[in-house]
Design a protein around this ligand. Structure first.
Ligand SMILES: Cc1cc2nc3c(=O)[nH]c(=O)nc-3n(C[C@H](O)[C@H](O)[C@H](O)COP(=O)(O)OP(=O)(O)OC[C@H]3O[C@@H](n4cnc5c(N)ncnc54)[C@H](O)[C@@H]3O)c2cc1C
Length: 512
């Protein structure tokens, strides 16, 4: 295990010119893409490239720079298992710290020669005859034997269809593309949405603005946050005894995993969590009308549970109004709600989340019959192990369909998939395999079992959430223990795939 400690900052360079052909092309440089690249390198694979449209690595943690942005999962768990950081300043890290950690990982593991920043994948099409992915990017074309899509489940900001938004003459921006040049001091601000991002930035900007109108469609369930600064002693101990940090990480993992009992196995157990959340409201909100507005009517856990000690106190501040009426119309300098009330507004902040089940990346990738992934999915993404798709040979998705979690670290899921992809790449290299394509019956039976298991989860108790796709199916979450996912992805099973061998080819891509 390597320790990835502070304090060097990441450097952003576009990287060398694009190669014409590689064994593995990875699109995206968040936790998933970087993790994949690091593990390939650790296994001795050098013939790969990482394509990243942004000018820095970090993914989510590069793009989301809004005030108060941070992680909901303890840092010891929300970090690479192979790159622990003894120096986290808090038990739950803030965005700049996670971004810097990822930058240091890229540096520490020598990814610079493989990174192509400012390089957007604009299309990828499978060339059956050549058994190659033909990839077009903003910096030119290349081909690859294997394409790993690590373009992120929460990567593309969702802009809501607010009537008249295009006529608004003030400033508008999405929380994931925060406009730091805009001075919020003394402004009348409308914040749309009360999801995971809004409950972090609303308390952070409230003291600065003149008036803050928080537009809420459905209230979130909010629990007390247990974040605290780490002590110097803890950091010293973790530096000296990495095994201790691994032990703490293991304890956090097990603690989080017990929530699966309530989320998946028996939603009635969520009553305990419900009682904690109700108490959190009672303690922080005195006004009965505001209490009513912030108390959700759906089962706790059906939508993402959010931790915050600042959310409710912020909503009680004199310059904050929680608006529960729907938006009827946005005008040049105001917002009108369904009840006819017009509020003058200088800036609109869209805390409206991401295109999750309709991710734009699905438009870019075309399989063996030339159809884009989006068309094959028809509004309801399905994959084998969230990773492989029938009709798309040698394509592996990281954090694809049904790999999301409501209770633990997505990095754990990404690392599980990375092990699986590594195992596939190794099998292809050693076995002189030209291409692997998951069998449609494998995908169907895997997803059939997932759907059965999903039926009795808390996510199927009737709320509308971003976990659900266009057909109402939960295409986002993993409905089981996470260790089961890890076990399923521990190694690539060729029996699940249509395998095309090439006896002429020498084992490729390994330089170790
Ligand atoms: C504000 C916020 C807070 C979160 N908090 C938590 C948390 O507490 N716990 C948790 O487990 N998860 C959390 N998540 C989920 C988080 O997205 C995942 O944990 C994880 O960071 C995803 O990593 P990724 O590498 O798969 O995707 P991303 O981090 O989204 O990286 C995808 C990368 O792909 C790049 N890309 C996209 N399209 C292209 C293209 N066409 N060409 C080239 N590059 C492209 C993007 O620029 C981006 O850099 C949070 C997400 C957000 C937005």
């Amino acid at each position: 295990m390597t320790t990835v400690a502070a304090p060097t900052a990441p450097t952003a360079e576009a990287g060398p010119p694009l190669p014409t052909d590689v064994t593995v092309a990875i699109a995206g440089s968040g936790f998933s893409g970087l993790g994949m690249a690091i593990r390939l390198k650790q296994e001795g694979f050098e013939d790969f490239v990482v394509l990243e449209r942004a000018d820095e690595v970090g993914g989510t943690w590069h793009h989301n720079t809004y005030p108060g942005c941070g992680c909901d999962v303890p840092s010891h768990l929300y970090s690479f298992s192979f790159g622990q950081n003894p120096d986290w300043s808090h038990t739950y890290s803030s965005q700049p710290e996670i971004r810097d950690y990822l930058g240091r990982c890229a540096e520490r593991y020598g990814l610079a020669p493989h990174l192509r920043l400012g390089c957007e994948l604009t299309s990828a099409a499978w060339d059956e005859q050549a058994s190659r992915w033909r990839i077009k990017t903003s910096r030119g074309p290349l081909s690859a034997r294997v394409l790993v899509s690590a373009m992120g489940p929460l990567s593309d900001p969702k802009i809501p269809p607010l009537p008249g938004l295009e006529r608004f003459e003030g400033t508008t921006f999405h929380s994931a593309r925060w406009d730091h040049a805009y001075d919020l001091d003394g402004k009348r601000v409308a914040s749309i949405g009360t999801g995971a991002s809004a409950i972090q930035y609303v308390p952070a900007i409230q003291p600065r603005v003149e008036q803050l109108h928080v537009f809420q469609r459905t209230p979130p369930w909010v629990l007390p946050h247990t974040d605290r600064p780490t002590t110097r002693l803890e950091r010293r101990l973790y530096r000296a005894l990495p095994a201790l940090q691994r032990l703490v990480r293991g304890g956090i993992y097990v603690g989080r995993e017990t929530l699966v009992l309530g989320f998946v196995k028996n939603p009635r157990l969520m009553r305990v969590v419900d009682a904690l959340a109700q108490r959190h409201i009672r303690r922080n909100v005195r006004d009965p009308e505001l209490r009513r507005k912030v108390t959700p009517s759906y089962t706790i856990g059906c939508k993402r549970i959010l931790p915050s000690n600042k959310w409710y106190p912020t909503l009680t501040q004199p310059n904050v109004e929680l608006v529960t009426e729907g938006v009827k119309e946005v005008r040049a300098a105001s917002i009108v709600t369904e009840d006819g009330v017009e509020r003058p507004i200088d800036a609109i902040i869209l805390g409206t989340g991401f295109n999750v089940t309709d991710m734009p990346a699905a438009k870019l990738i075309r399989g063996s019959d030339g159809r884009p992934l989006e068309e094959c999915w028809r509004g309801s993404p399905r994959a084998h192990l969230g990773t492989a798709i029938a009709g798309f040979p040698n394509l592996f998705l990281l954090l694809g369909p049904n790999t999301g979690l409501g209770h633990s670290s997505m990095v754990y899921m990404a690392e599980s998939q990375i092990a699986y992809v590594l195992s596939a790449v190794r099998a292809m290299s050693e076995g002189r395999i030209e291409s692997v394509e998951v069998r449609p019956d494998t995908v169907a039976s895997y997803n059939g079992r997932l759907e059965e298991r999903m039926e009795s989860t808390v996510w199927s108790t009737g709320c509308a959430s971003w976990y659900l796709d266009d057909t109402g199916r939960n295409a986002t979450l993993w409905p089981d223990w996470t260790w089961r996912f890890r076990r399923r992805t521990a190694s690539f099973d060729a029996a699940d795939y249509r395998v095309v061998a090439d006896a002429r080819r020498e084992p490729a891509g390994v330089t170790a």
